[in-house]
Design a protein around this ligand. Structure first.
Ligand SMILES: [Zn+2]
Length: 330
């Protein structure tokens, strides 16, 4: 039996499983899974206040999500974790983070769809530096990138550059210049949908709410909302809040998804099933173990694809060779 390996899939600002030119074209409705804050270690350290804390609970929760996703039909195109993959800080808890990373990779190596990693404040530090960003990218791949999947354009951002770029101004500038180019792509190519994944929400409920720990500064928020809106982005998926929330700016939806890990509100550990339909995205949050295994698309007369023996995404050996070369041996 082939050993499962964790693959680092985001490289050169691209996402390896989806690089084919055909991905630019809309074909049929599909599903992806959006999760956030697997955050190995937070439950015992922050919630239970244990001194010698572990992360067995997070391992169990993440494993349950992997099992859920692996049994879904039709198979989701990918699973995205919108930041705070691990809890331990990269600059002050290096050894603990190293151990959490080994366990995270072991759990997610069992996932049968591609994993899209988004970096959160715990992954690069509240004040990121070139060293902490580098540590993240060498473990999980690029901290920002974009990809086409089934006619939809996805943009993945490192929101920590917006929170505090004092120790890495150049990296923040590079992301901003890159983002401008991506928004030009949206304007020019007019994808079926343009979707952003990020850790920190622009807002939690209303676009004009006050700044607090879990959202973004008002001025920056307004500028980003306008920029995204004008380009044609209509969905932004986030995490960080450890509760479900969200709202609208015009018809642009900000979706805030609770954690796979520790909860700060009334939600249960879970993730969101997102149905990408031709005219809109429909999403619903499910506690772990409760999502349907068979996903139905309303308003679709087309027959569902027949399950195939070949993996849905590792289409070429060239791709696998590239991906494996980039995988970190841990
Ligand atoms: Zn966070």
């Amino acid at each position: 039996m082939e050993e499962n390996k964790f693959l680092v899939l985001a490289q050169n600002r691209q996402f390896l499983p989806f690089f084919a030119e055909e991905e630019k074209e809309w074909q049929e409705p599909f599903v992806f899974i959006q999760a956030a804050d697997t955050q190995f270690g937070m439950q015992e350290k922050y919630i239970e206040k244990k001194e010698n804390y572990g992360w067995q609970q997070e391992i169990r929760w993440s494993r349950q999500m992997v099992e859920d996703v692996n049994t879904m039909f039709p198979r989701p195109k990918f699973l995205v974790v919108c930041g705070d993959l691990l809890d331990a800080w990269p600059h002050t808890e290096e050894e603990i983070r190293r151990q959490q990373e080994i366990d995270f990779k072991e759990v997610f190596a069992g996932l049968k769809v591609p994993l899209v990693c988004v970096c959160g404040n715990h992954d690069v530090g509240n004040t990121p530096t070139p060293a902490t960003v580098n540590r993240y990218t060498s473990s999980f791949g690029d901290d920002y990138f974009s990809f086409w999947c089934g006619g939809v354009f996805f943009i993945v951002l490192n929101t920590q550059f917006y929170e505090d770029a004092s120790q890495c101004p150049q990296l923040a500038e590079e992301q901003e210049a890159w983002l401008e180019e991506q928004l030009e792509v949206v304007k020019r190519e007019k994808p079926q949908h343009a979707v952003v994944f990020q850790h920190i929400p622009l807002f939690l409920h209303h676009p004009d709410e006050d700044k607090e720990y879990f959202n973004m500064d008002l001025g920056l928020r307004q500028a980003m909302l306008d920029k995204f809106y004008d380009a044609g982005v209509r969905s932004i998926f986030c995490g960080h809040y450890h509760r479900n929330a969200g709202g609208f700016y015009k018809d642009l939806e900000v979706v805030v998804t609770s954690a796979v890990g520790a909860q700060l509100g009334e939600s249960q550990q879970g993730y969101r099933v997102v149905k990408v339909q031709q005219d809109r995205l429909v999403h619903q949050y499910y506690p772990l173990g409760s999502a349907p295994t068979r996903i139905h698309f309303p308003n679709t007369k087309r027959a569902l694809p027949v399950p195939s023996a070949t993996p849905a995404w590792s289409s070429t050996t060239a791709f696998l060779a590239t991906a494996r070369k980039g995988a970190l041996a841990l």
